[in-house]
Design a protein around this ligand. Structure first.
Ligand code: MG
Length: 389
């Protein structure tokens, strides 16, 4: 299927930081996607928390399965809108590479640890992973991805960090976060990944929440978006209960959101009529829900925040996970030999090196390192033997 004019065309890419000859059989964005899939950081996602800690159960989403769901939703919408599917897939698979172990709890704790040394932002860390931290190629650090993939990965960025990035790479991926920038949006592929992320976690966190027993189907009556599809399902299958009712309601809810995004975005594109990705960058974001769906999605998000992410049981594990991160940070800073920090050859401060090292850890590796360094066993069911290297 030919791409629309407003899509990212691989032969018009703004290129890589280190130029390379074109691949014989793959487009530049397909090549980015392949590099991401082969990276070490990508394999670690399987043992990183989404909401439930990795060892709490085998069927909960991890960062890896979450990223695959984002890629699936993103690709199917991209195809209909004639956007670049390979680029959407590359951004979706890379968007969470910078997440710490233990989900947002780990990130918040790490951010507190380095608050006086530049802070920690997971979006920026995802970019750092693909730009600097992966060590796979003889010629350069990182994966040397295309501008468009990197632009999509950097979803948010503080102004201070944007300035720092812009100094290193003028008119680069951080330009749009600067105060006087004329750029208002990233590519449509990047915008789409952002929304697909939102659709994916809202849906799968209902599933994981009910599976864990922390959310009940009755409680979900309070959430209009889910409730409307539960009732619709029951109209067609009055006998349906339990799991199958839950799955069918979620499936319908996902479909409705996908079609809503396609309809609203098509209308926005018709109205703004961008002729190129540069037009897209100068415009307001065009990939969007309709207003009623936006409000219902926001309501679902708030419901999950109040009833799942802040559930006492989740908060309790969150607190323990945060202690692990804080104590690991202190232990490595006090004795850098514990993680092979070479002060003479280091290109970053000790604090940044420790933050990078902890951010790269899987949940279980962090728990084991914490036990090794402090003698404390925080989670009981970590029986695995492999390490995050
Ligand atoms: Mg995500």
């Amino acid at each position: 299927m030919p791409l629309a004019d407003y899509a990212c065309h691989p032969d018009e890419s703004r290129g890589r930081r280190f130029s390379e000859p074109a691949a014989p059989s793959r487009t530049e964005f397909a090549r980015d996607r392949d590099r991401i899939v082969h990276s070490t950081a990508f394999r670690r996602l399987v043992y990183k928390t989404q909401v439930f800690l990795n060892h709490e159960g085998d069927l909960f989403r991890t960062r890896l399965t979450h990223s695959l769901e984002v890629a699936q939703l993103g690709r199917s919408i991209a195809r209909t809108l004639k956007l670049n599917e390979d680029l959407v897939e590359a951004i979706a698979l890379a968007h969470d590479l910078g997440h710490t172990p233990f989900g947002h709890a780990g990130q918040d704790a790490l951010n507190t640890c380095v608050a006086n040394h530049g802070g920690f932002e997971h979006n920026l860390q995802s970019l750092r992973v693909v730009d600097d931290l992966e060590e796979r190629y003889p010629q350069y650090n990182g994966l040397n991805l295309s501008f468009e993939t990197r632009e999509g990965i950097l979803k948010h960025c503080s102004r201070a960090n944007a300035k720092r990035l812009e100094d290193l790479e003028p008119n680069g991926v951080a330009e749009r976060f600067l105060e006087n920038s004329k750029l208002r949006s990233p590519s449509l592929e990047a915008q789409l990944c952002n929304l697909a992320d939102n659709i994916a976690y809202n849906a799968h966190d209902i599933d994981d929440g009910v599976r864990s027993g922390l959310l009940s189907l009755d409680q979900l009556n309070d959430c209009r978006l889910f409730e409307s599809f539960r009732l619709e399902t029951l109209q067609q299958y009055p006998q349906l209960t339990g799991r199958r009712l839950l799955f069918e309601a979620i499936r319908r809810m996902l479909s409705a959101q996908v079609y809503d995004v396609i309809a609203a975005t098509t209308a926005n594109i018709e109205q703004s009529h961008p002729k190129s990705v540069n037009d897209v960058r100068l415009d307001k974001p065009l990939v969007a829900f309709t207003e009623p769906m936006r409000l219902q999605s926001l309501e679902l998000n708030r419901f999950l925040l109040a009833n799942l992410y802040r559930h006492p049981q989740v908060m309790e594990t969150t607190e323990r996970a945060q202690n692990i991160v804080v104590e690991l940070f202190k232990a490595y800073c006090n004795d850098p030999a514990q993680f092979q920090f070479d002060e003479k050859s280091a290109t970053v401060s000790l604090y940044r090196a420790v933050a990078d090292y902890i951010a790269g850890m899987t949940d279980r590796f962090a728990a084991r390192e914490h036990e090794r360094l402090t003698g404390k066993k925080v989670f009981m069911s970590d029986g695995m033997s492999d390490i995050a290297s």
